[in-house]
Design a protein around this ligand. Structure first.
Ligand code: HEM
Length: 215
């Protein structure tokens, strides 16, 4: 992937993340969101607020963490945002576990959201353990996987909006997007990681040859 494409992609990710994070804060203030959701969320207001605000903040912060400029010039900011991001996942994820059993869309949607919450916590934990051991490559890989899951909040709303606008009833669309919002995100990241690894290995093989030939 070229550097320019990476910047454009990151810009898109940050822009859409901010938009959906603002929707989450609006939801908490009752400025947005469908009445059905508010009824379900009002039944467990504290876990619901933990989910909406915690996950919303994680989404707001997450994209910026992949900026090379931020990491190179302001590493202390990257570290502090990283700590806040992980705490927000802890809080937001706990809320997700409590919301998943009462989600709309039947058992298929409930299992989809529950598994997403498990993987969200698991990948955040792996990223934290990797950075504590000083393994930056592994930390980056786990954070990419983790943010691909955080970004499900964006893909879900794009997919749900597209499906319902095309005439698919909400009850049919919701169980589909409970999986479709995150499984392809993860597959794409795994593919990107495998590609980067192959490229790095090829460069490493080429480097000694270049050194020998005096290049
Ligand atoms: C990645 C892990 C996540 C999981 C497992 C998860 C799970 C859930 C569940 C189970 C619901 C309730 C669905 C229902 O009652 O039918 C929900 C709704 C909601 N979630 Fe998440 N979520 C995650 C990430 C996020 C993020 C990052 C945000 C930030 C914007 C977010 C914001 C919301 C909002 C605002 C609602 C209310 C419904 C709506 O407006 O669409 N969630 N989520």
């Amino acid at each position: 992937m070229t550097a320019r494409l990476q910047v454009v992609l990151l810009g898109f990710v940050i822009f859409t993340s901010i938009a959906i994070a603002l929707h989450a804060f609006g939801f908490q203030l009752r400025l947005s969101g469908s009445p059905d959701f508010h009824v379900r969320f009002d039944a467990i207001p504290i876990p619901a607020a933990m989910h909406v605000l915690g996950s919303g903040l994680a989404l707001l912060i997450g994209g910026f963490q992949f900026s090379q400029t931020l990491r190179r010039k302001y590493l202390h900011v990257h570290r502090w945002l990283g700590r806040i991001y992980l705490i927000m996942i802890l809080i937001g994820g706990l809320g997700s576990f409590l919301l998943a059993p009462q989600a709309a869309g039947g058992l298929v949607a409930k299992i989809g959201f529950f598994l997403l919450a498990v993987l969200w916590w698991f990948s955040a934990f792996q990223a934290y353990v990797a950075v504590r051991r000083g393994d930056i490559a592994e930390h980056r890989a786990w954070m990419l996987r983790n943010f691909a899951l955080t970004f499900a909040a964006v893909t879900l709303r794009i997919q749900l909006g597209t499906l319902t606008a095309s005439g698919v009833p909400f009850e049919e669309a919701y169980p589909v997007v409970a999986w479709l919002s995150w499984v392809p995100n993860l597959v794409l990241i795994e593919w990107y990681l495998a590609l980067s690894q192959r490229k790095a290995a090829a460069n490493a093989r080429a480097a000694p040859e270049g050194a020998l030939s005096g290049n």
